[in-house]
Design a protein around this ligand. Structure first.
Ligand code: ADP
Ligand code: ADP
Length: 229
């Protein structure tokens, strides 16, 4: 069984007065196995964020089918989206909240009953325990990024998706994020991440799909792919 399956996935962004229409995905076929750490590797503009935003329900596909945890995003959109947590590229600006409040709001958004919330546990796991009551605006960039990961996990989805998790992040935080991602995977969470760093994909991923100009140009176990490069 697969965590995510895409078949014949196309996306064309409509043009505007000043820009022509743009085909971002050109027939993506991809099967991401459950339990893996899967890397979507490709240069800027390849279509990685578009793919992830379609999974997250933030961008509407033009055609094709997508199943998340076996649930078709057209037929069962809510069930499909409940199976993923998404860490977007940009830091959220919830400046008036504390991390604890931020997680509570997110848990409410997902309809997680109060008795099943693991807010403090999650903050501790990400090294934010002693900042639980501070204002988010006072946190460092690295802490904000870790809070974004915690927010994506409040409903305990089986799949965690990270869009360029370490872009513009220093070495220390990169290592922390990698460690957390790996430990989640060991608990059974399927991880999908985009990156344009080969090194990052190599370090973390069991399997890598290389995306270029909206197409999957290779998809293989990491060791096999690297042996041909
Ligand atoms: P990546 O994440 O791999 O850098 P993106 O999915 O962001 O790639 O972009 C793929 C292509 O689609 C690029 O050419 C980009 O300029 C274009 N694109 C992305 N978002 C939009 C948008 N909202 N409107 C128009 N074009 C877009
Ligand atoms: P719904 O009726 O499913 O709530 P919405 O269009 O309001 O439809 O939201 C789409 C879904 O996409 C949300 O319910 C949420 O599960 C998911 N989603 C959107 N953005 C994110 C994100 N940054 N992190 C995690 N999930 C997200």
């Amino acid at each position: 069984a697969y965590a995510i399956e895409a078949e014949g996935l196309y996306k064309t962004y409509a043009g505007t007065k000043t820009s022509p229409e743009k085909r971002a995905l050109n027939g993506i076929d991809l099967k991401i196995p459950r339990g893996s750490i899967f890397g979507l590797l490709g240069p800027n503009g390849a279509g990685k964020s578009t793919f992830i935003n379609i999974l997250a329900g933030l961008v509407r596909k033009s055609s094709g089918t997508v199943r998340i945890w076996g649930r078709d995003i057209d037929q069962r959109p809510r069930d499909a989206r409940a199976a993923i947590g998404v860490v977007p590229q940009e830091l959220a600006a919830d400046v008036f909240f504390t991390p604890r409040e931020s997680l509570e709001v997110q848990a409410g958004f997902y309809g997680v009953p109060k008795s099943e919330r693991r807010t403090d546990e999650l903050l501790n796991a990400l090294g934010l325990g002693d900042k639980a009551g501070a204002y988010v605006r006072q946190l460092s960039g690295g802490m904000k990024r870790r809070l974004m990961v915690a927010k994506a996990m409040v409903h305990q989805p089986p799949v965690l998706i990270l869009d360029e998790p370490t872009a513009g992040v220093d070495v220390e935080l990169r290592r922390q994020l990698w460690q957390y991602v790996t430990s989640l995977n060991e608990l059974g969470v399927t991880i999908v991440l985009t990156t344009h760093y080969l090194e990052e994909a190599q370090e973390l991923c069991d399997e890598i799909a290389i995306i270029n100009r909206g197409e999957v140009v290779a998809c293989e176990p990491t060791a096999k792919l690297l042996s041909r490069m």
